[in-house]
Design a protein around this ligand. Structure first.
Ligand code: AMP
Length: 188
């Protein structure tokens, strides 16, 4: 299996780029944020729980997120691999993902980290709010909180993959097409 982590702060372009990469490499796109939003729409218990964190820009607790992610992976027995988008966001999630994949002799091949300046992130998220309908994109305070949570809890996850020699930094600014080319080139 070919498993990639697409990493970066909110608004870095993970979802946009995943859409191109899944086609190019024939992988399954697994966005934890998307799964939570589907559950919110469906009014499930998981959705109600996730919503209370998401609307404030906080992380959904690890235990809930990890078991949800594992259940999603297990739905795709024939997958050639996954692009994990928005997961792992904590070191505990990274460790759980490694342990989970190892059960089937699989592993993460690389973490691709989209680097985008903070001012640009805020601009992109507010622009996305116009069409996404996402409450967490529309409120500048929630956006700031998401960026703060990213810096404090998620950015350190890069070290986990750096020490495994799997970390690749990608310039996430410029045209969507140019960024895709950089990613495809880095994945190889
Ligand atoms: P995203 O769609 O990746 O921007 O995620 C939207 C929100 O979903 C985040 O701000 C978190 O509240 C929640 N979320 C998504 N993925 C995770 C994760 N791996 N761990 C905890 N919370 C998450």
């Amino acid at each position: 299996m070919r498993n990639l982590v697409l990493f970066g702060p909110p608004g870095a372009g993970k979802g946009t780029q995943s859409a191109f990469l899944v086609n190019h490499f024939n992988l399954i796109h697994l966005s934890t944020g998307d799964v939570f939003r589907l559950n919110i729409k469906g009014g499930t218990e998981l959705g109600n729980l996730a919503k209370s964190y998401m609307n404030k820009g906080q992380l959904v607790p690890d235990e809930v997120t990890i078991s949800m992610l594992e259940a999603e992976v297990n739905k795709h027995e024939d997958a050639k691999g996954f692009i994990f988008d928005g997961f792992p966001r904590t070191e505990a999630q990274a460790e759980a993902l490694d342990a989970f994949l190892a059960k089937t002799g699989d592993e993460i091949e690389a973490m691709l980290a989209l680097e985008v300046e903070e001012g640009e992130l805020k601009k992109r998220l507010l622009a996305r709010a116009e069409t996404s309908g996402r409450a967490d994109d529309a409120d500048p305070e929630v956006i700031q909180n998401r960026i703060n949570v990213y810096n404090a809890e998620t950015a350190p996850v890069a070290n986990f993959y750096k020490s495994a020699g799997k970390f690749k930094s990608i310039n996430g600014q410029g045209s969507i097409e140019d960024i895709t080319l950089r990613l495809v080139d880095a994945i190889g």
